[in-house]
Ligand binder design. Structure first.
Ligand SMILES: C[S@@+](CC[C@H](N)C(=O)[O-])C[C@H]1O[C@@H](n2cnc3c(N)ncnc32)[C@H](O)[C@@H]1O
Length: 253
């Protein structure tokens, strides 16, 4: 017997099924049944990667950096034809949970590795596609999954810099961030992310997906909003109904 519930990560986006079987809960995604752990964490923004991966995953050798316990970005890529996948997280708990999911779903062509960013990835490995939804919330301290350091860009910048040496020629980094963090335009006195990526040597830099999200009471973004406004004073939040854009940028080597 299985019970079905609807999971709708965002009001203005698609819905998924959560099923309950023998006291265990699973997120249903394509032909995968991804068990939800005791923290009840269900991916949200990461699922938006589907919008780009259905076009570009086919045949690629993929790295998912900060894969989380469900390894969602990489699994979407595999579904859309990725040839090989390396899923990496610094959190041992995520590595163990994802390894069980892989076994239970009999997923092939995937390796899972515990690593602090690129630290344990063989320097000789090259990827066609690096994917990341890194911790990118501006906060001085917070959960491993959320905290991107005081301006939210600690990992974003590290990933842009280090990915360059792990990409095949013409390979591409696709990374999620918030628009207020200053992608093609800066909202404080820092360089924009695009300027920085250009200096590193990426040849083609662009936003490939934009999703407008309401910042609703109770969300981590809402709780950090007063602080975010101080870090990015030039970004114009509508204070009656605050919104921001979740975006995926592409950095081509
Ligand atoms: C925003 S969550 C994204 C999880 C998943 N990719 C998704 O989209 O649902 C960020 C992930 O990065 C991991 N992480 C944090 N710091 C890391 C580091 N230094 N190296 C590798 N992974 C890290 C966290 O454990 C967490 O799983």
């Amino acid at each position: 017997m299985s019970d079905k519930q609807i999971y709708k990560p965002y009001e203005n986006w698609k819905e998924f099924n959560i099923i309950e079987e023998n006291g265990k809960k699973f997120l249903e995604l394509y032909n995968y049944k991804l068990q939800i752990d005791e923290t009840n964490y269900i991916p949200k923004a990461g699922l938006l990667f589907e919008e780009i991966l259905k076009e570009k995953a086919d045949g690629k050798n993929v790295l998912d950096l900060g894969c989380g316990q469900m390894g969602i970005l990489g699994l979407i890529a595999l579904h859309y034809g990725a040839k090989k996948l390396l899923s990496v997280d610094v959190d041992e708990r995520c590595i163990k949970w994802l390894s069980t999911i892989i076994q239970e779903n009999n997923i092939k062509n995937i390796r899972v590795l515990k690593s602090d960013m690129f630290a344990n990835i063989d320097k000789k490995e090259k990827f066609n596609l690096i994917l990341s939804n890194p911790p990118h919330m501006p906060m001085k301290s917070g959960k491993l999954c959320d905290s991107g350091g005081s301006d939210g860009k600690k990992y974003i910048i590290e990933i842009i810099k280090k990915s360059f040496n792990y990409l095949e020629d013409n390979g591409e980094l696709n990374m999620m961030m918030f628009d207020f963090e200053g992608t093609n335009k800066s909202y404080n006195n820092d360089k924009s992310i695009f300027e920085l990526a250009k200096e590193i040597g990426y040849s083609e830099i662009k936003t490939i997906f934009t999703f407008e999200k309401d910042i609703t009471p109770g969300s981590v973004t809402y709780d950090c909003l007063d602080y975010i406004k101080k870090v990015y004073p030039k970004y114009n939040f509508d204070m009656i109904k605050p919104k921001c854009n979740i975006i995926i940028n592409s950095f081509r080597k």
